[in-house]
Design a protein around this ligand. Sequence first.
Ligand SMILES: [Fe+2]
Ligand SMILES: [Fe+2]
Length: 313
Amino acid sequence: MKKNQKEILKKQTVKHYGVSEKFNREWQSFFNKATSVLFVSDLQVGAMTSACSSKPLIRDKDTYYTPSVKSKAVNKVLHDGTKRLLKKKTDVLVIVGEGIDGANPQQQGNQSWTTNQLDQVNDCVKLLHELFEWKVCYVSRGSKYHVQNGAVDYDDILAEKLGANKNSPFGGTNLTDDYGYLNVHGVVIQYAHHISYAKNPWSKGSPLAKEALLCELNESTRAHLYVRGHVHSCDGYWGYIGDNDYPTQIFTNPCAKYPDSFLMKAGMGGTIPNIGFTEVLVFPNGQYYINPIVAQPKIPKQIADVHRALRGK
Ligand SMILES: [Fe+2]
Ligand SMILES: [Fe+2]
């Protein structure tokens, strides 16, 4: 590793918003009464700007990837974030799509440490086991650009390797689907990868409200709580929609990928994502609490000193 990279990582700090660890310990027995559902999405393993395991293997090259500064920074946010879980051993892990980044054909793989989707899936499984403990798992499928090659869906392969439970709203033998439903103490949760996105900070609630309302209009898409991935941004909306006598809630999940060149094609501004995951605690009386665990990697940026360069240093 270069000397300046070592210095960058030493300076890096992660600050997670949320309750203190002391509070968490004092309230542990209360939190343990709830069923915890942990939503993780957009890990995008394989990109050099994404999270990876502690020792990612490139099988065909018989070698290991040395994580980049950005990979290490994202990993630090995720590992530190696990300390913010209110229930230490998660009951239900839900992957809301894009465990892997895929071969990234738009960039011909030039920011991927491997373009082999199987290497990526294997490393994603390793990373998840390094981060979390869980009892049961479900997976929904992400964007085809990232996870599909031919007819093979690698989120489906990921589900198989994680030993996920089958969940398809209208399927029989399907292991995964584009979306799924869970019933947790009477709270019906619908999880799916895709949703539209508004970049304006003051407009971010609109696509969420629209999605929740449209889902509420038809019995086959109705739920109490909607969870989405895809947008790499942690936002939420709730309201009494239509003539419902219960509050409908919807949120989008953070991700584990720092922007790559392709993400900057429409400009640099607004490309820094929210990194993390979301824990939902559902209590036996049907009340629930959403605990987004999000932080920004703090990587000090390097600014070239022109005058030093002019002096030949
Ligand atoms: Fe994504
Ligand atoms: Fe996506």
